[in-house]
Design a protein around this ligand. Structure first.
Ligand SMILES: *Cc1c(COP(=O)(O)O)cnc(C)c1O
Length: 222
């Protein structure tokens, strides 16, 4: 199947469910992104600032960019104003830097808070407790130019579907708890979870935004 076939098939599956598709294009050349764009794809996910900034001018202006990788604070300046959504805020310090830079540039940056629920130590993100504490203390009220739109998370890297289901359920439950803690939170409505191998389970567990790379573009060449 071609990239266009994959895009069309995924949209047929996801659109009726109201699930948004981020085509994760990291490590793939611009030609492949254009192929996906021409098949109707508009949201692309990148995990490195340099790569995103280099690719961006090569796609039409209505392309929507999501940053999904670990973001170093010294790279924040380059990304502000170049993306629709930063999905991977993993510390309060990073959030503060994003807020400062956004205020300086006179833009509002949309972000998701990344939750760490997977077994692997190597993954980034807040623990459930840290995130609930953040919202209990209503610390988001101090933000000047950043809008928190929801949560993002990954399941453990395993074939054990019970484990994967359990991780996604934890993420969705944490999202629900935040809304219950802060019912006045506006525009907090994104649950980003699910990748090529586990997006069907993620949707069953309440995801409304999936990030799919390999199933669309093939294996990445690092
Ligand atoms: C690379 C990546 C994906 C896409 O993974 P695939 O298995 O290729 O679909 C999704 N989310 C994040 C955060 C990623 O880094």
């Amino acid at each position: 199947m071609t990239i266009a076939d994959h895009i069309k098939e995924l949209h047929q599956e996801l659109d009726p469910k109201g699930v948004q598709l981020v085509a994760v294009s990291k490590f793939h050349p611009v030609e492949k992104l254009i192929e996906a764009y021409e098949a109707g794809q508009r949201i692309f996910g990148e995990s490195r600032v340099q790569e995103l900034v280099a690719k961006r001018p090569n796609l039409p202006a209505d392309t929507r960019w999501h940053f999904i990788g670990h973001l170093q604070t010294n790279k924040v300046k380059q990304i502000i104003g170049n993306v629709e959504l930063i999905e991977s805020v993993d510390t309060i310090h990073l959030l503060d830097v994003i807020d400062e830079e956004s205020a300086k540039k006179g833009v509002v940056t949309k972000v998701l808070m990344q939750l760490h629920v997977a077994q692997e130590e190597t993954k980034f993100g807040f623990s459930v407790e840290e995130l609930l504490n953040y919202f209990t203390a209503r610390q988001f009220e101090n933000l000047k130019a950043t809008h928190i739109c929801g949560v993002m998370g990954m399941a453990s890297n395993t074939d054990d579907t019970d484990r994967i289901r359990c991780d996604f359920t934890t993420i969705k439950k944490t999202f629900d708890k935040i809304l219950a803690l802060c019912p006045d939170l506006r525009g907090f409505d994104i649950v980003s979870m699910g990748m090529s191998d586990d997006h069907k389970i993620a949707i069953e567990c309440g995801s409304n935004l999936v990030r799919i790379g390999t199933d669309i573009f093939g294996q990445r060449e690092y």
